[in-house]
Every structure is written in structure tokens, then in C-alpha cells.
Write a protein that binds this ligand. Structure first.
Ligand code: FE
Length: 247
């Protein structure tokens, strides 16, 4: 009973505002003198100052002092803030996937070429791709680290293409070992072949990278990569197909 004496004293002395925090608060130490109680005491004082009310002794007075006219705005503001926060991920610019043409670099052609964008329905993508490819490319999922087939750097040279539409994306020469468990490159094969948007999901602000031709989600770009760009294209293996180049 480490705090029983102090608690008895607190009950006998009602002027002690912070004597007892509500029972549902976690106990971080001696509840009668420190830890949670002191924090709760500060909050209690702030509430009293904000309300201009004198005589509140503990949390029960605070709870009973707030009527429905006070609680309803608090609940509404909290609900609106939660909805805004959760919806932030959907406000970023979406990749361009409408029909039309796009100019991309082709390794086979050795130059920039005009190609039709690949714009399919969700059902068509689901039929064309494996479940993992579909989850990553079309629904922004992320594969578990160290599980993808392209984590290791291949021994030969070649090109990594988009698993959704076959667009050339990265070459082996720009791949490096990041230690993250995802294939990492310091630059794409050409700036036209990928696009980037702001990704605000999961309470973070990141730069999402996608295929310029089909809009398929590839991964994210970070600024902790090696020279010469200082960038790290952190890519899901599921979004890539490796095409080795004949020696
Ligand atoms: Fe693509």
C-alpha cells in the first residue's frame, strides 16, 4: 500500500486539488504526490482558469460542471478533426490514368517515344495482375520488407519494368543496397517514366512514386539516398518485372 497514507490525508484535506486522478488514468507513480496526479492537477487548474469557475476540487466536479451545451461542441469538433485527419491521404494529387498519350523513354528504342496510356477498370486490373501486384500497384499496399523477389541485386545487367504495363523504370546500375528490405534505386531510367504525388496517409507526408503510363503505385521517394542524386526510390518488388539484358 505505497500511497494509502497520502490518499487518506488527501481525502481529509479537500483543498488538495490534485489528490486523486480518475481511476481510469494509468498510474505512473505515486498517485498521491506525483506522476499522473501532478499532470492531472495542472489540467484541472487550466480547466478551472478557462471556465472561470472557482471551487472545483477534482475531476468529478469538472465532469459534472460541463453540461450538454458544452459537451456537444467538444464532440462535434473532435469528430470533425478526426474526419479531416483520416481524409488527408485522399486529398493528394492522383496519378494521371485517363486515356491519352504520354512520352516515355524506351530502352529497346533508345529514345523517347509516344505511347498510349494504360487505363483499365479495377476489375480488369484485378484479372491482369497477381493478387500482390494488384494490391501494390492499384491499391497502394506495401509488401513486407525482405520478402520481395527483387531485394537482391542481380548479377547481370538489365531493366526493371512496370509489372502493370511494361514501361521501363529502372536499370540495374542505379540499384543499391539500402538495408531497408525493399529494392532501392537512386534514380529512374528517365524522368518521364515515373511521376510523383504527395502521400498523406498514415499521418505522414511522403512522396509517392508511380508509373507514368499506367499510374500504378511503385513506392516512395526519400532524400537519404547515395550520390549522385541523394535520393532513394524505395520500390515494391511486386510492382517490378526484371528483364535481363543479353550479354
Ligand atoms: Fe505501369
Amino acid at each position: 500500500m505505497p500511497n494509502s497514507g497520502a490518499m487518506r490525508n488527501a481525502r481529509r484535506n479537500p483543498s488538495n486539488d490534485w489528490k486523486c486522478a480518475p481511476n481510469w488514468l494509468p498510474t505512473l507513480g505515486n498517485r498521491s504526490r506525483g506522476g499522473v496526479c501532478k499532470v492531472w492537477g495542472v489540467l484541472n487548474d487550466l480547466l478551472k482558469a478557462a471556465r472561470g469557475v472557482r471551487g472545483w476540487r477534482d475531476w468529478r466536479d469538472w465532469r459534472e460542471g460541463l453540461d450538454m451545451r458544452t459537451w456537444i461542441p467538444i464532440v462535434l469538433v473532435a469528430a470533425a478533426a478526426s474526419a479531416w485527419w483520416l481524409g488527408r491521404g485522399a486529398t493528394g494529387e492522383e496519378p494521371m490514368t485517363e486515356p491519352g498519350t504520354v512520352e516515355i523513354y524506351s530502352v529497346a528504342e533508345g529514345k523517347l517515344i509516344q505511347v498510349e496510356r494504360v487505363s483499365l477498370s479495377d476489375a480488369e486490373w484485378k484479372q491482369r495482375l497477381t493478387p500482390m501486384q494488384y494490391a501494390v500497384l492499384r491499391h497502394h499496399n506495401t509488401e513486407r520488407p525482405f520478402t520481395g523477389e527483387h531485394c537482391e541485386k542481380p548479377s547481370g545487367v538489365g531493366v526493371y519494368q512496370c509489372a502493370g504495363c511494361g514501361t521501363d523504370l529502372f536499370v540495374v546500375g542505379t540499384k543499391f543496397e539500402s538495408g531497408t528490405g525493399w529494392p532501392s534505386f537512386y534514380e529512374p531510367i528517365h524522368k518521364n517514366n515515373t511521376g510523383a504525388t504527395v502521400d498523406r496517409s498514415y499521418g505522414m507526408v511522403r512522396t509517392e512514386v508511380h508509373c507514368a503510363r499506367c499510374g500504378g503505385h511503385l513506392g516512395h521517394i526519400f532524400d537519404d539516398g547515395p550520390p549522385p542524386t541523394g535520393l532513394r526510390y524505395c520500390i515494391n518488388s511486386a510492382s517490378l518485372v526484371f528483364v535481363p539484358k543479353a550479354e
